[in-house]
Design a protein around this ligand. Structure first.
Ligand code: NAD
Length: 358
């Protein structure tokens, strides 16, 4: 398969590969769209089995960032970087400096940030070679941990989805949360404070026990979370939680949570719809994290301090956008993920047309 035939290619503006002989850096930076602004998306370091696998991942993730940034109403396009290598054994400051030079070579068309396998200290090394880095620590523009903002957006999204699907408020509603890490832990506390009953699971037993104690929650084993009598299922662990195996086991009438790529494939979204389950599209409901990062990019560009009130205003808009997705899906009798994809594409196309006309 060539690059242009890949199903994930979908109109990428640019795909850039860089090799640095001295450090062994192999990176691919995919820029899906700059129609709404510079492409923004994290850098993932992963021991990909082949360059083709790395390319596929970069393309898939960068297109997803275009959609996510558009739905979060950010003046940012979508891009993503992948570094081929094992983050546990191959990381050096020099490797990330070389990555910084690669980012800089794109002249601001791509802003990088954290993703799997990359930490703020790695980004600090990259920052020595380029200014197009967000997710740094210890400066006035720094946005800090995005998880509380992500969790607040998800909390509002769960409340909205419950109102739409169950015609009630959160008080007394049972929510099953898969994964109580950064996002799931904050979400559990917010839902508990709103009167929801919680069923929690995590493979990290110590973290699970701590969150359950704070929230008076019931604990179940990781494999049992899909079989619980919950009104809402909130996937907050890894991708692919809703798949052919777990789908028939779900009792919930709402799926709304923080994890990226919750649906194993788009057909699962249609199956959820046909089962009468309201699904809050993952990349819309979890947009709080990228809004927080966008707040840092904005502050860096303006030479100002990070402004939490700007982030709050965007978060309000994010919930309004989710409302539009849910309402359109209900009114048109269509799956929510199809409506969200259509809206994201339309927002990107409109920005591209405006740019061309300017
Ligand atoms: P995290 O690593 O802090 O938490 C994930 C939790 O899931 C961990 O406690 C882990 O032990 C648990 N887990 C892993 N596999 C599990 C399994 N099979 N069953 C039950 N629990 C399992 O990560 P996070 O930052 O909380 O992110 C959670 C999800 O939300 C990820 O998919 C991430 O991509 C997505 N997300 C996070 C943010 C953010 O701001 N952190 C923003 C957008 C999307």
């Amino acid at each position: 398969m060539t690059l242009f035939d890949s199903p994930a290619f979908e109109g990428h503006e640019g795909v850039h590969s860089f090799f640095d002989e001295k450090t062994g850096l192999k990176t691919i930076i995919a820029v899906h769209s700059t129609a709404r602004g510079p492409a923004a998306g994290g850098c993932r370091m992963w021991p990909y089995a082949s360059a083709e696998a790395a390319l596929e991942d970069a393309l898939r993730l960068s297109r997803a960032m275009s959609y996510k940034n558009a739905m979060a109403d950010l003046e940012l396009g979508g891009g993503k970087a992948v570094i081929i290598g094992d983050s546990r054994t191959m990381k050096t400051p020099a490797l990330f400096e070389a990555f910084g030079r690669a980012v800089d070579a794109l002249g601001g068309r791509y802003w990088t940030a954290e993703d799997v396998g990359v930490s703020p200290s790695d980004l600090a090394s990259a920052r020595k070679q380029t200014r197009f880095v967000a997710g740094l620590e210890g400066h006035p523009a720094a946005s800090g941990d995005p998880s509380p903002v992500t969790a607040e957006g998800i909390f509002r999204g769960v409340r909205l989805s419950v109102r739409r699907a169950l015609k009630r408020d959160l008080d007394g509603v049972t929510v099953a949360i898969q994964g109580v890490g950064h996002v799931g832990g904050f979400l559990a506390e917010k839902l508990h404070a709103a009167g929801a009953k919680l069923i929690l699971t995590d493979v990290n037993e110590a973290a699970l026990a701590a969150v359950a104690e704070r929230t008076g929650a019931q604990i179940v084993a990781p494999g049992e979370i899909f079989d619980t009598e919950a009104d809402v299922f909130a996937p907050c662990a890894l991708g692919g939680a809703i798949n052919q195996e777990t789908l028939p086991r779900l009792r919930a009438k709402v799926v709304a949570g923080g994890a990226n790529n919750q649906l194993a494939d788009p057909e699962i979204g249609r199956a959820l719809f046909e089962m009468g389950v309201l699904y809050a599209p993952d990349y819309v409901i979890n947009g709080g994290g990228i809004i927080n990062v966008a707040g840092e990019i904005r502050a860096l560009e303006r030479g100002e301090a990070f402004d939490p009130s700007w982030v709050d205003a965007k978060l309000v808009k994010l919930t309004q956008t989710l409302e539009e997705v849910l309402d359109r899906a209900i009114a048109e009798g269509r799956p929510t993920h199809e409506v969200a994809n259509e809206m994201a594409k339309a927002r990107i196309a409109q920005a591209a047309a405006e740019k061309l006309a300017a």
